[in-house]
Design a binder for this molecule. Structure first.
Ligand SMILES: [Zn+2]
Length: 424
């Protein structure tokens, strides 16, 4: 991963403020070295540490200092709880619900401009919800949005994208290797691989060991990470054996598969409930498309219980690296934080541990553990503050009152009177 792909090349100077989704990002004329002091009563740093009454000094888009509160603050967040910007390692940026209240499908009448604007809207919704970095295991439509955000044209989270995916039909090991290289040439940040069917189709293993070896082996050779959709235990095990970076979903994995992931250091990304709930609560958006039918919805309903039963087992596995991912599809963008709440309420995990999972650990899983996911000196100034304390009120994960990305303020409490300058 180089910095160019992540858009850390500075295209403007100083701070920008864009309040509210869809607001124009307005760029400041302040010099790059201007310090901005962000004060909060509680700071959860992304590695499990909690500190009281701290100032985060931001300079040049990075955290320059973390110190006990003193003197003047530019942004006083009061009682709010400050954490590193949140990371969702599994979204689908380009999925949306059309004007006809249906999942967008190729050939349904929407043109590419409409599709791109919807993807941009999805990106802005997630940023406003506190997600400053998202990994989209999506399609080519992600590219324009990622690049516009990197250029500063569009307000949004950092986007890493696979630009497409591989599956059993990609073909022989040689064709799979060639496909990985094509994705790399096209500018993919990561490779997405479907090693099992969807849960609506039973989740059975769909790619052979040989195919997975080729997919993840070539990804590694090209310096790319590999993320594997796998429900069946056999598919997850094959992914671990193939040296893949991350296993997603795992609704049907057994204890042996979990142990194998822990031992190999394979990241595991189970979802809590947003993705299933979104399908079940809005069947009319999806019904009749592919396997979105009564049978498929019934399987999704059953998967909720399976996901719940899995939690105790994976939380008991020592050393298993559980990252945060929602699989946010059409209709779910901006609701990502509800799966943080779900992890407290349903899984019984502590809010501090969940923040670690959704910040420093998720950053590490993307190879960005030294840049993102911590409130620490030298890290990117990606910050989020909750209106309330998620340690006592898990719903606070869904009340985000402040968002900073790379030193730029995208959401701020009304008391903030920071620079509002014109876009260059
Ligand atoms: Zn997905």
């Amino acid at each position: 991963m180089n910095t160019r792909q992540l858009g850390w090349r500075r295209v403007g100077m100083g701070l920008a403020l864009a309040i509210g989704a869809g607001a124009r990002p307005v760029q400041a004329q302040a010099p790059d070295t201007t310090a901005l002091i962000v004060r909060a009563a509680t700071v959860i740093d992304g590695t499990g540490a909690v500190r009281s009454n701290m100032d985060v000094v931001v300079r040049g888009g990075r955290i320059a200092e973390l110190r006990p509160a003193r003197g003047r603050a530019d942004i006083d967040l009061g009682d709010r709880v400050l954490a590193p910007g949140l990371i969702d390692t599994h979204v689908h940026l380009g999925w949306y619900i059309t004007e006809r209240r249906r999942l967008r499908q190729r050939g349904d009448g929407d043109d590419v401009q409409t599709a791109a604007l919807n993807a941009a809207g999805n990106a802005q919704r997630m940023l406003q919800a506190g997600f400053t970095t998202v990994q989209s295991v999506g399609g080519m439509e992600d590219k324009a949005v990622r690049d516009a955000i990197n250029l500063g044209v569009l307000a949004g989270p950092r986007v890493l994208t696979s630009l497409g995916s591989l599956n059993e039909n990609t073909g022989s090991p040689d064709s799979i290797r060639a496909a990985v290289r094509r994705f790399k040439t096209n500018g993919a940040d990561v490779i997405k691989i479907f090693a099992s069917k969807s849960i609506r189709d039973g989740g059975v293993q769909s790619m052979t060991q040989e195919q997975l070896d080729a997919a993840c082996g070539e990804s590694k050779a090209q310096g790319l990470r590999s993320i594997v959709h796998a429900h069946a235990a056999s598919a997850a095990k094959a992914a671990v054996r193939a040296g893949c970076t991350q296993v997603d979903h795992g609704v049907l994995v057994d204890d042996e598969a979990l142990q194998m992931m822990a031992k190999a250091g394979t990241y595991f990304e189970p979802q809590c409930e947003l993705v299933s709930r979104n399908y079940l609560d809005h069947k009319e958006w999806f019904r009749g498309i592919g396997n979105y039918n009564d049978e498929g919805f019934a399987a999704t309903e059953r998967s909720l219980a399976l996901r719940e039963a899995l939690v105790k087992r994976y939380l008991a596995v020592r050393g298993l690296k559980v990252v945060f991912g929602t699989d946010a599809v059409a209709g779910a963008h901006g609701e990502n934080g509800s799966d943080l709440t779900c992890r407290v309420k349903k899984n019984g995990e502590s809010a501090v541990d969940i923040i670690t999972s959704a910040t420093s650990l998720s950053a590490e899983s993307m190879g960005l553990g030294k840049e993102l996911g911590r409130i620490a000196v030298g890290y990117q100034a990606d910050l989020v503050a909750f209106d309330g304390d998620p340690r006592t009120d898990p719903m606070a994960f869904q009340r985000v009152g402040f968002v900073m990305r790379g030193g730029q303020v995208h959401r701020a409490p009304p008391s903030f009177a920071g620079p509002r300058r014109r876009y260059p």
